[in-house]
Design a binder for this molecule. Structure first.
Ligand SMILES: *Cc1c(COP(=O)(O)O)cnc(C)c1O
Length: 378
């Protein structure tokens, strides 16, 4: 089996999705399953749909096309503002897109008209994190403008917090989102179906005591895939944090001095950490590196400590010499997972829970390839 690889436990991902969906359903909130960290993997997409997500979202049109080609039938939302150069593809493959620019919305309208389709528009609102979004004072004008355009439906509004400036979703900014939904309905006469209150970072707020107002959707990626809350990487109760593993192979393992010798300068990845300890340690090298993962985002197995990394090598301290060819499993954080998914050198292997084997033939959905390289958008 090829290494390095991601091992994706679809059973555990399904469990995480079902658990979050039912907790949020009690609060009147549906879940959009976000697939970008696994490049729109059709296997993960089907698992999320089966678990009961109301729709799927991805930030890349390539991933949406991949899911469509694989026969995923759920409603698909492009959750990043479409590029002007990709408008035709967005209208053809995505049911809905998230928008902040009227020029883009107008281009979507004319492409939808040409293609004989109706495209759904969610308008994203800026609530302080300073990433994407229409300023609240401009929102009603934007809704009025889009309602004048043919072949579009106004689906609702959404916001994104936490990802750029670390602004925490709280009672104040979420109440503002609800207030804006009400203002659009009274000011523009447009029903606001979807009020999407953010990503995994909004879970603490949504599952807390606060009134949720009009918010009826969250877009969840990290919390479903990794079972963690994004601000402090806290494990979410009842969820698996080990549904996805990075597996790498040992290519060297030797007793070596713990301190480098010679004059020390910068490395290609910045200032090397000061050497600690004295004497010798067992230094083991795995054939995976900065090109494939974020070394700061890997949790090693017990008894193993990460010492450093370069483009193609991950260096760890292990308790004993490890035979070359042995494999080691790490838990990735979101950044490590994103990079691993995107590296052409990291394969993905999907399996279902208890026994660590691949999905049995009988349970394998039609057209599903096991162990395909994760970047092949096949
Ligand atoms: C990535 C993304 C999400 C999902 O974020 P998680 O932290 O993985 O839950 C939601 N919304 C938008 C717009 C995104 O780009």
């Amino acid at each position: 089996m090829s290494t390095p690889r991601l091992e994706v436990d679809l059973g555990r991902i399904g469990h995480n999705a079902r658990t979050l969906i039912s907790r949020l359903a009690r609060r009147g909130v549906a879940v959009t399953g976000v697939t970008k960290a696994v490049l729109g993997s059709p296997e993960v997409a089907r698992t999320l749909v089966h678990a009961g997500v109301s729709r799927l979202g991805d930030s890349r049109i390539e991933n949406i096309e991949r899911m469509r080609r694989a026969g995923v039938t759920a409603r698909l939302s492009l959750i990043r503002s479409p590029m002007m150069s990709q408008i035709d593809r967005v209208v053809e493959h995505a049911d809905v897109s998230f928008n902040t620019e009227l020029d883009v919305v107008a281009a979507l309208s004319s492409a939808a008209r040409t293609q004989g389709r109706v495209h759904g528009i969610v308008l994203m609102v800026e609530l302080g994190d300073l990433r994407e979004g229409i300023l609240p004072r401009d929102l009603e004008d934007a809704v009025r403008a889009l309602m004048r355009l043919p072949n579009l439906t106004f689906e609702g509004i959404g916001t994104n917090l936490a990802c750029r400036s670390g602004v925490v979703p709280d009672a104040a900014n979420m109440a503002e989102l609800s207030r804006l939904a009400a203002a659009i309905e009274s000011g523009c006469g447009a029903p606001v179906g979807l009020v999407s209150g953010g990503a995994s970072a909004s879970l603490d707020w949504a599952l807390g005591e606060a009134s949720l107002g009009r918010v009826n959707d969250l877009r969840l990626g990290e919390s479903i895939l990794l079972g963690r809350e994004p601000f402090d990487h806290r494990a979410l109760p009842g969820l698996h944090t080990d549904a996805i593993k990075v597996v790498a192979e040992v290519i060297e393992s030797k007793l070596k001095p713990s301190r480098p010798w010679g004059r020390i300068a910068r490395t290609p990845f910045g200032v090397p950490p000061a050497a600690v300890g004295r004497g010798c340690l067992v230094q083991t090298i795995l054939a995976i590196g900065e090109q494939d993962i974020d070394p700061n985002g890997l949790v090693p197995p017990p008894g193993v400590r990460i010492l450093g990394a370069s483009s193609d090598h991950l260096i760890v301290a292990s308790e004993a010499v490890i035979e070359v060819g042995e494999q080691m499993r790490f838990e990735p954080d979101y950044a490590a997972l994103l990079r691993a998914s995107t590296s052409p050198f990291v394969a993905s292997r999907f399996h279902d829970g208890a026994q660590q084997g691949p999905l049995s033939q009988a349970r394998r959905p039609p057209g599903l390839t096991i162990g395909s390289a994760s970047t092949s958008a096949s």
